[in-house]
Design a protein around this ligand. Structure first.
Ligand code: ADP
Ligand code: 5GP
Length: 214
């Protein structure tokens, strides 16, 4: 009897879940140091209908980062195993031997919960997600006021050694050329202004969809 009731409850729950509206995708992309993480973290604090898509990555954990919260940190071997098993929606070798990827299961789980999913990813990954989800996904390019600002911000963040700084700045040149592929650009100069604009962009997209976003 108990089994019948619990099966019934499970069925009702899954029917309720499948009736919920699937969430949208909001992707913040930019070269390293432009301010994606700062903006995404702020948005997550301001809205309960957003959930962060935690990526898998193979770089080492920075001081203060939490496994399973900031990233799913894993070895290159485990990452490549997941690639082979088709577990990624997209993945990139963003820097030499440093892999980052979005897990299919992570995104679908959050969308089935009715959450709008927010992403922080490199320009190639963002472009690939946009091609899959089209109007269900909004891509926002976070633009530094000048390319030199990236260097200053990365230096002040104090998370990268010299070799890592060099890799990031070298890649930034190419990444800045991707701007025109995205739905919107958001200049992150004065942080307060950028955060307010990001809030407005998200609100508008969730309410009106891609057509009316200006
Ligand atoms: P990303 O995720 O794009 O690599 P972060 O969000 O980590 O960038 O920002 C890089 C550094 O710049 C961080 O130390 C952050 O506090 C700082 N920062 C972000 N936005 C601004 C801004 N508008 N003005 C000054 N510093 C900023
Ligand atoms: P960081 O090492 O600074 O956390 O991230 C380096 C770069 O990898 C950033 O541009 C970040 O947005 C990107 N990144 C993080 N997660 C993903 C992901 O799942 N897929 C892709 N393609 N890039 C990601």
């Amino acid at each position: 009897m108990e089994t019948i009731i619990s099966n019934h409850n499970r069925l009702v729950k899954s029917m309720e879940e499948s009736n919920k509206k699937e969430g949208k995708l909001i992707i913040f992309t930019a070269p390293s140091g432009a301010g994606k993480t700062t903006i995404v973290r702020h948005l997550l604090k301001t809205r309960t209908d957003l959930a962060f898509s935690i990526s898998a990555c193979t770089r080492s954990q920075r001081y203060g980062e939490v496994n399973g919260l900031d990233y799913y940190f894993m070895s290159v071997y485990d990452f490549q195993k997941k690639v082979g098993e088709g577990e990624f929606l997209e993945w990139q070798e963003v820097y030499e031997n440093q892999y980052y990827g979005t897990l299919k299961e992570e995104v679908e789980r959050l969308r089935m919960m009715g959450k709008n999913v927010i992403f922080d990813m490199d320009v190639k990954g963002a472009w690939n997600i946009k091609k899959i989800y089209k109007k269900k996904a909004l891509t926002v390019f976070v633009k530094p006021p000048t390319p030199e600002t990236l260097f200053e911000r990365l230096k002040n963040r104090k998370t990268e050694d010299e070799a890592s700084m060099r890799k990031r700045l070298a890649r930034a040149k190419e990444e800045l050329t991707y701007e025109r592929r995205f739905d919107l650009s958001l200049v992150n100069d004065d942080l307060e202004i950028a955060l307010a604009q990001a809030e407005h962009i998200v609100e508008d997209f969730i309410k009106n969809g891609i057509q009316k976003v200006v």
